[in-house]
Structures are given as C-alpha cells and as structure tokens.
Design a protein around this ligand. Structure first.
Ligand code: ZN
Length: 225
C-alpha cells in the first residue's frame, strides 16, 4: 500500500528518468545531500531533538522561496523528495506516534493553495511510518491567536519569542505516553517550534521531537556544529 503513494517517474529536479528510485535521481540526491545531518537539541524548549538536514540558503533556500512566491510546484516536488528520502533513511527507525504539522495561517494558504508543513508531515508519515496522516493528528495543534500572523522574518529572536508566546492551543486528546514529531519548513530562531511544543506539552506526551527541512543561519543547528 505504501508504495502507491509515490509514483516512480521523472526526477523532479532534473527531469531524468529515475530508474526505479522513488525520490530524486541518484545524481541529484548526491548533489543535494545534507552536509549537516546531526540532530540537535532546541534549547529552552520541550523538544528533545530537532532534525533539520539542510541550510536555508543557495539553491535549497531558493526552492522554498520560489515555491512560496510563485505557487510553484516543481520546487515543492523537489523539497518533498528531499523530505521523503530523509524520512526513509533517517527517520525510519523513529518510534513516533503522532506527526503534527505547524498549522497554517489561513491567509497564506488561500493565497498559495498549499501549506508546506502539512505536505512535509504527510510525506514523513508516508515514508517513515508507512501510513497516511490521520485526522486526529491534524487536530492536535491550532492557532489560538493570530497575532503570530505577523511576518516573523523582520523580528529579532526575542521579538519572535514574544510574538509566538501563547499562540497555539492543543485541544482534545491526551497524549500521555506518545511520541510526537512536530513538522515545520524552516527552523530559524525556534520560536514557532517552542510555542507549539509548549502547547503540546500540556497534553503530557512522552517525548516531543521536531523536523524542519531547513535551518536558518541564526538557528540552534548552526551553533551546535
Ligand atoms: Zn535528478
């Protein structure tokens, strides 16, 4: 069943036939292989490990900017392929129960027609856990306040933390004994993931980890290398 999620076809990055590979062709995968895969901790948070394989710069950062700016699908497919390959090769052994995307700011979804953390979360569930994302996982985290709809890009780390404080709520289910993987596209100051984890922590999960495809230059990942 899991096989059917991914059609083997042309490499989304270069267009070459993939010869049976599910994500990128071998050459593209090699060219885009992460240089810094070591998972790291996120200081002052409930998150024990952050998996963030790529730096948000050069061609890879451009993929994300292009996908957002132009509602562009080829960069989305390439990013999904990177997430899928990483999830299969690195996150496959994780014992994660719930995969939880950072929820969308609805205005940006209306504008773009997609929500990147949701696409990544789906890909991780399919590639690492061999199942679809469930409805309950999608309901685990909500925006409580739209203050955080402010664009974070221009704020300092302290301002971001302040901006995100109390912005999420985690309704419904108890998470006791469960391991949760939070999913975002970029971790920069970590303010979004921290706020989300704080809200989930009220449900007493056994463990909270996080995945973000990219880390910014100011992020925890750089400091810990
Ligand atoms: Zn290729």
């Amino acid at each position: 069943m899991a096989r059917s999620f991914f059609q083997v076809g042309a490499c989304p990055r270069c267009g070459a036939s993939r010869h049976g590979e599910r994500w990128l062709c071998a050459r593209c995968q090699e060219e885009l292989s992460p240089r810094c895969t070591a998972p790291h901790a996120l200081a002052e948070s409930e998150i024990s490990v952050v998996y963030s394989p790529y730096r948000y710069r050069d061609e890879l950062g451009e993929l994300l900017r292009e996908a957002k700016r132009a509602r562009c699908f080829p960069p989305l497919k390439t990013m999904r392929a990177l997430v899928g390959h990483y999830a299969e090769s690195t996150l496959g052994d994780l014992s994660v129960d719930d995969v939880v995307p950072i929820p969308p700011r609805w205005r940006s979804v209306r504008e773009r027609g997609f929500h990147i953390p949701l696409l990544f979360a789906r890909t991780i569930a399919e590639a690492a856990l061999r199942r679809r994302l469930s409805r309950s996982e999608l309901g685990l985290l909500r925006w409580r306040s739209l203050r955080a709809a402010r664009v974070q890009k221009f704020l300092s780390a302290e301002e971001r933390a302040e901006n995100m404080h109390g912005c999420f709520t985690s309704p419904h289910r108890a998470l006791s004994g469960r391991a949760v993987l939070l999913v975002d596209d970029v971790v920069s100051s970590g303010a979004t993931l921290r706020a989300a984890a704080k809200s989930l922590a009220e449900r007493s999960p056994a463990r909270i980890e996080a995945f973000a495809l990219f880390h910014g230059s100011s992020s925890v990942g750089e400091k810990n290398q």
